[in-house]
Design a protein around this ligand. Structure first.
Ligand code: AMP
Ligand code: ZN
Length: 512
């Protein structure tokens, strides 16, 4: 592990803890390690781009912990059972409902949308967690977890086993406030002792059969959504781990309920995780983030409009994760332009010399620089480089302040006091946290049309296309529009779409 106090990444890592509502210095439970659990997707549909903000944030946190030298264990769960159409205890299971509507099995639906989600994770250059914890693989262990707390903390109703929130200290302290608004969202289930009590096991109603159901001491049924995360975080990270993340909506019901179960299971007042972190929402005033709107905004919609997924990642990083971020196409186009500029600037300072191959060789598929390389660059840094690394570290250590960290990246690229070689080294270093894939992404890759898949199979070289484009420009300047149009048609045959008037004069892109 790097000694944070002894190198140019010397700023203590401070994170905002939703539980205490304040910034706290990160002190790991196990020295040198960081154990993080992230609430993952409910796979009854595609994830919208708002959901993906939650994983960009969790990835940024993981990369930051790696940058600070901690050995990271990151778990993300896949909820393929148990999440009802309401966050409280009413409504149908989202999976069963999607199955009934589509005529497919709940298992097929889960598989299809899990694969789609993993594809989006890759497209956003989000690092693979240590494990994808899939809820339906853990049901027996969830039953054991529930059994261990049933006597002291739960009571049975016709509809299932319920957790009595009055049996744990300080229930709901994570939530903003136990306001009427929140209680109003928790619909009454007949027989509940308190409105906030929640189901940890939901029985299949008499006379019905569910596609996903298991035997339990409380009858056939399925685990409650909150139970999943308590059991899986406990199994993989221990009773007391470092950080639990999710979107800000989880602060109100899901996470308070997880905490209550953790306290009951661990026979402790401790919430399970030392720090609870929540990303704010991506909002869309046009209402396209609602999955009920049919053509809701998902990553593929952006790609179909010719926007590279990493432009969306950059858009997220341009805002602090705790700020609300408004989605507009203009914001996204601006991020896309900034990404193109960054890529062009990095190319300018990185003629394909030894240093580039050395950096690439020491980079994983996610564009993550090896720890060894990070330490090596930090150790050879002179005054100017060290001071930029220090600034970057200061920003990122300040509750992941990416808007500032990005400006330090800009400064590093432009810093004429540094050799190009050192500037590229800094880009590699900073990008191991930002994850924009700046060392490998090419102009060609950013010229996305319908899909990014298959770009590798495109066999016409950039130089060929550029030569035809140049000739066409010449023809147009001479007024020979007929021939110019023929060249345009030829390019189209090659799958190259011309974009006259592109701001950066990247006036062609590949159509797939
Ligand atoms: P779900 O699939 O509904 O369980 O949500 C997956 C993740 O996305 C959770 O961490 C949510 O809190 C988060 N989330 C949902 N909507 C948004 C949004 N508009 N912006 C940011 N995060 C969101
Ligand atoms: Zn969860």
């Amino acid at each position: 592990m790097n000694d944070p106090m002894n190198d140019n990444a010397a700023h203590p890592l401070k994170l905002f803890n939703s539980l205490t509502r304040q910034m706290e210095e990160f002190v790991p439970v196990h020295p040198g390690e960081a154990r993080v659990y992230t609430c993952g997707p409910t796979v009854y549909n595609y994830q919208h781009i708002g959901n993906m903000r939650a994983y960009v944030f969790a990835d940024l946190l993981g990369r930051t912990l790696s940058w600070k030298g901690y050995k990271l264990t990151h778990i993300i769960n896949i909820t393929d059972v148990g999440h009802l159409t309401s966050d409280a205890d009413v409504g149908d299971d989202k999976m069963e409902k999607a199955a009934a509507q589509s005529g497919k099995s709940a298992w097929d639906i889960a598989k299809y949308y899990t694969d789609a989600y993993w594809k989006d994770i890759e497209r956003l250059n989000i690092r693979q967690p240590a494990k994808w914890a899939i809820a339906t693989d853990h049901v027996e262990e969830m039953i054991a977890f529930a059994k261990s707390i049933a006597d002291k903390h739960c009571y049975e109703l016709d509809s299932g086993l319920y957790f009595d929130v009055s049996t744990v200290p300080d229930y709901g302290r994570l939530a903003g406030a136990q306001s009427d608004d929140i209680e109003g969202r928790i619909d009454a289930v007949e027989g509940k002792r308190h409105p906030q009590d929640f189901a940890i096991w939901r029985k299949t109603p008499a006379g019905e059969t569910r596609q996903m159901e298991w035997d339990s001491p409380w009858g056939k049924g399925a685990p409650g959504w909150h139970l999943e995360c308590s059991q899986m975080s406990n199994k993989y990270l221990g009773e007391k781990f470092d950080i639990h993340t999710g979107g800000i909506d989880h602060r109100e019901i899901h996470h308070p309920n997880e905490i209550a179960q953790n306290q009951a299971h661990n026979c402790s007042e401790h919430s399970g995780a030392n720090i609870w972190m929540h990303n704010n929402f991506l909002i869309d005033r046009a209402g396209k983030m609602s999955k009920s709107s049919g053509d809701f905004l998902r990553l593929q919609v952006l790609i179909d409009r010719g926007i590279h997924p990493l432009a969306y990642r950059l858009m997220c990083l341009q805002a602090h994760y705790r700020s609300e971020l408004e989605f507009t196409w203009e914001n996204l186009e601006a991020a896309s332009l900034r990404l193109k500029r960054l890529v062009m600037a990095v190319r300018r300072i990185s003629p394909d010399t030894k240093i580039m191959s050395e950096l690439r060789e020491n980079t994983t598929e996610n564009g993550q620089l090896s720890n060894q390389m990070i330490s090596q660059i930090r150790s050879i840094a002179g005054f100017e480089m060290s001071s930029l690394i220090g600034k970057f570290d200061e920003a990122i250590s300040d509750d992941l302040n990416t808007p500032i960290a990005l400006t330090v990246l800009d400064q590093a690229i432009k810093d004429r006091n540094l050799s190009k070689r050192d500037r590229v080294r800094l880009v590699a270093l900073f990008d191991s946290v930002l994850g924009l894939d700046l060392l490998r992404i090419t102009r060609r890759k950013l010229r996305v049309s319908k899909t990014v898949d298959g770009l590798e199979n495109f066999s016409i070289s950039d130089a060929d296309v550029e030569a035809v484009v140049r000739t066409r420009r010449l023809l147009k300047s001479r007024g020979d529009y007929t021939l110019a149009d023929e060249l345009k048609a030829l390019l189209s045959l090659w799958g190259v779409e011309l974009m006259d008037g592109d701001k950066l004069q990247w006036d062609w892109r590949i159509e797939i």
